[in-house]
Design a protein around this ligand. Structure first.
Ligand code: FES
Length: 147
């Protein structure tokens, strides 16, 4: 029995958007599904709290490619805070539906996005902590010099 895909899903599968790697991303995630064996890698560039660029690599099925492709189109330019609330149902609706057996592909795409955002936030946290430590160091040096 063949699965029924919408024209839009087939189009994103055959002509995926934002596919590829990215040098020095601000956020990166690798996510996989142990049951089907598919995998996705996501790369994010963030500027002033917005997703400036996003790329993905797929090691998976047609739905894996199509769902990641349409999601990257939707989130490019979006505020990181809004992207955190992006739902897999939006992908399915936008594609005009997915076969029931392929819903998990859209869920994995969104989980990959959330993981890449967490990676970005971890780096921001580390960067801020480093800046604070350097400022404290400078301040201590000034105090010591004034004594
Ligand atoms: S079959 Fe698992 S991601 Fe598509």
């Amino acid at each position: 029995m063949a699965l029924k895909y919408t024209k839009k899903t087939i189009d994103h599968f055959l002509h995926p958007k934002n596919i590829g790697k990215m040098d020095r991303p601000d956020g990166f995630a690798e996510i996989g599904n142990m049951v089907c064996g598919d995998q996705l890698n996501f790369y994010l560039k963030v500027d002033k709290g917005k997703i400036k660029d996003v790329k993905f690599l797929s090691f998976g099925c047609a739905s894996n490619i199509a769902t990641a492709s349409i999601m990257t189109e939707k989130i490019k330019g979006m505020k990181v805070e809004d992207a955190k609330n992006f739902k897999w149902k939006e992908i399915v609706e936008d594609l005009g539906g997915l076969p029931q057996q392929k819903i998990h592909c859209s869920i994995m795409a969104v989980e990959g996005l959330q993981k890449a955002i967490k990676d970005y936030e971890k780096h921001i946290d580390e960067k801020l902590k480093k800046e604070v430590r350097e400022e404290v160091k400078k301040a201590k040096k000034i105090v010591v010099e004034k004594k």
